[in-house]
Design a protein around this ligand. Structure first.
Ligand code: CP3
Length: 346
């Protein structure tokens, strides 16, 4: 079955008839049908109710015919399963409490029964696979240990990451202990997702780029490499998405990941030159280019697609998640442009 998946074939560098496309945060607030569901149910309820998570996962597939679906959930369900309280405050984003600050806070986290606590995710995956009926693959995901640690320590989205960086420089053993716990939690969670039916995995290292490059290996890349190694025997393609350019991609190039996500600030040509042999690449149109008029969107799509031409090893995506106020019509232009131009180039 998976032999016919464009997304998987592109990662495996098999010949493809066109470049596959999906977009990060493809299920979400820019879709009127998503907002309709959200009027009736809060975000966490949608994540925890397999029927709702399935419906929302399928919405962008029905509308745009993307080449992969991504499980509807959030990276922060892991800190919740470890014992922190998770809330999504309207217009303020996520809140985790109490913050992980001292040794006692790390000691309070528990890996016990984590698969059981996250069973609703496995149930959603099974239901989504039924709904997809083998037409396109389902991507499961997690945050990276470092990215999860930023939210667990800061307690909320922040600008300067003061608490995690203070811990890194003052009590590095404490941070490492937390990252070890998270590495086990993420590995077990992703194995659970694969067993439930996830056919590919993406790890979001959204905040690894706030580290100085010389610390990236010991506080972020190292733990993702362990996760990739823990997943190896399951033989599903693993993508590592980081935001931090060529230097971070370089640090991930020996990770054993099948695909590396490229952010929009990075030159895709250069990324292909340096890492195209080692891994497939995903990306990297600027998400804000979707504010542009149709001909601008087309031009930006062409720039990205021409880097690979008819070469396999590329999955079209944005360089980060789609923004909530992007007009839906512009996403239609995007998908049409990717199809047309990539068929023309192949
Ligand atoms: O890609 C997809 O469509 C799958 C679903 C998905 C969500 N979050 C749904 C979501 C995925 C893969 C994520 C990952 C995620 N969540 C990341 C890593 C990826 C990235 O974008 O960097 C991070 C850092 C989070 C944490 C998070 N979740 C924040 C900071 C916020 C609030 C900020 C915001 O964008 O509103 C969320 C909420 C969230 N996660 C929403 C969705 C659809 C919006 C919730 C709503 O409906 O109000």
């Amino acid at each position: 079955m998976s032999d016919n998946f464009l997304y998987i074939d592109a990662i495996r560098k098999k010949p493809v008839k066109r470049t596959p496309i999906w977009i990060m945060r493809q299920a979400g607030r820019y879709l009127p049908e998503y907002m309709e569901v959200r009027r009736k149910h809060d975000f966490i309820t949608v994540c925890k109710t397999p029927e709702l998570a399935t419906e929302v996962t399928m919405q962008p597939i029905r509308r745009f015919g993307f080449d992969a679906a991504i499980l509807f959930s959030d990276i922060l369900v892991i800190p919740e399963a470890l014992g922190q309280k998770l809330e999504f405050l309207e217009n303020h984003g996520p809140k985790l409490s109490p913050q992980v600050l001292v040794d006692r806070d790390v000691d309070a986290l528990s890996l016990d029964g984590i698969e059981h606590k996250l069973e609703y995710v496995a149930n959603a995956i099974k239901m989504i696979r039924g709904e997809l009926a083998g037409k396109i693959p389902l991507i499961g995901f997690s945050g990276s240990p470092f990215t999860l640690a930023t939210y667990m320590i800061e307690g909320k989205p922040t600008r300067n990451f003061k608490y995690i960086k203070r811990m890194l420089y003052r009590d590095p053993e404490r941070l490492i202990r937390l990252l070890d716990i998270l590495t086990e939690a993420v590995s077990r969670y992703l194995i659970m997702q694969i067993k439930a039916g996830a056919q590919a995995i993406q790890v979001f290292d959204t905040w690894g780029g706030i580290l100085p490059v010389h610390l990236y290996e010991s506080f972020s890349a190292h733990f993702m490499k362990k996760i990739v190694a823990n997943l190896k025997e399951y033989d599903v393609p693993v993508t590592l998405f980081s935001k931090g350019g060529l230097e971070l991609l370089n640090k991930l190039s020996d990770s054993g990941a099948d695909m590396l996500g490229v952010d929009w600030m990075t030159d895709l040509n250069e990324a292909k030159k340096q890492f195209g042999e080692i891994a497939a690449l995903q990306g990297n149109m600027d998400p804000t280019a979707l504010y542009g008029k149709p001909d601008i969107i087309r031009e930006e799509v062409r720039k990205v697609l021409e880097v690979f031409g008819k070469d396999s090893g590329h999955v079209f995506n944005l360089g980060h998640g789609i923004l909530p106020d992007i007009p839906v019509d512009n996403v239609h232009y995007l998908v049409d442009a990717v199809r047309e131009i990539s068929e023309e180039l192949h």
